[in-house]
Design a protein around this ligand. Structure first.
Ligand SMILES: *[C@@H]1O[C@H](CO)[C@@H](O)[C@H](O)[C@H]1NC(C)=O
Ligand SMILES: *[C@@H]1O[C@H](CO)[C@@H](O)[C@H](O)[C@H]1NC(C)=O
Ligand SMILES: *[C@@H]1O[C@H](CO)[C@@H](O)[C@H](O)[C@H]1NC(C)=O
Length: 274
């Protein structure tokens, strides 16, 4: 029986469509920036840049409805104050869904903020922010979204930092019926990003550059039901992962909308009690 189950799980796992990126050319289009974003090294590296005239960005060719999506990113080094590197999944339209990472730059030696948010049917306001436990500009680090019908898991180098559970039973819409593309861009946000907009971009340091490599996406194929137990366990947190999540939250989380009672005087959003 056990053998049969593990065989079953293995064959299910093998049926997930697996996009290992040989080349950024295969999976992404540069969408703006007039030459400021480039696919380099035979498609193994993608750089975006920002100068006083423009930022730049790219998007995935395909859309995703659930999946585990990894990208290695190296953020703008040195004085990156006022710059934002956004990396997110989004659908289209007024009632769009969105899963966001945004990296808010800072003065040399001061910490980046990793900002996260989840939109469902056009409504966000679910920010959680973190410092990182490493210098995100010194090397590439893996930022992952594991999105299935049960939950959305944000992780960094395999360490879970945020879980957003499906709380439809509490009347909270969950992103599960609109497919999303991956988007990323580097842009000028010095009206709000660093210390709430107090620190402006030092244009003498431009162009600012962020880099990407090792894109990897595992998705549910049409024939595979994402609600299968095997997919569920993919994102479910075992006790080791739970401990890591608690470690990240305890030591690195600097903002959680779910504890911002001032912001929600009428009561915290329903999913916060989940
Ligand atoms: C997704 O479902 C919601 C209701 O649950 C609906 O308002 C919305 O139009 C749906 N979107 C699509 C693309 O079907
Ligand atoms: C920038 O550094 C300051 C001082 O350490 C810190 O308060 C702030 O959270 C850092 N990050 C951003 C994006 O402002
Ligand atoms: C791409 O970005 C990296 C920094 O991450 C930089 O070292 C490299 O020179 C950039 N390449 C080009 C062609 O701009």
């Amino acid at each position: 029986m056990e053998l049969f189950i593990s065989f079953l799980l293995m064959s299910l796992a093998l049926s997930f469509s697996h996009l290992v990126s040989a080349s950024f050319h295969d999976h992404f289009d540069i969408t703006w920036g007039n030459g400021r974003a480039n696919i380099l090294n035979n498609g193994k590296l993608l750089n975006v840049s920002l100068d006083q005239t423009s930022g730049s960005g790219f998007q995935s060719k395909r859309e995703f409805l659930f999946g585990k999506i990894d990208m290695r990113i190296k953020l703008v080094a040195g004085n990156s104050a006022g710059t934002v590197t956004a990396y997110y999944l989004s659908s289209q339209g007024d009632t769009h869904d969105e899963i966001d990472f945004e990296f808010l730059g800072n003065l040399s030696g001061e910490p980046y903020i990793m900002h996260t948010n989840v939109f469902s049917q056009g409504k966000g306001n679910r920010e959680q922010q973190f410092y990182l436990w490493f210098d995100p500009t010194a090397d590439f680090h893996k930022y992952s979204v594991t999105w299935n019908p049960h939950q959305i898991l944000f992780s960094v180098d395999g360490i879970p930092v945020r879980v957003f559970k499906n709380s439809e039973h509490l009347g909270v819409p969950y992103p599960n019926n609109q497919s999303m593309r991956i988007y990323s861009s580097l842009w000028n946000a010095d009206d709000w990003a660093t210390r709430g907009g107090a620190v402006k971009i030092d244009w003498s340091k431009a162009p600012f550059v962020a880099s990407y490599r090792n894109f990897n996406a595992r998705t549910c194929s049409r024939s595979i039901d994402c609600s299968t137990n095997s997919w569920h366990s993919e994102a479910a947190l075992d006790s080791t992962k739970q401990q890591k999540l608690q470690w990240a939250r305890k030591n690195y989380m600097i903002y959680d909308y779910c504890s911002d009672t001032k912001r929600f005087p009428q009561g915290l959003p329903a999913e916060c009690t989940h």
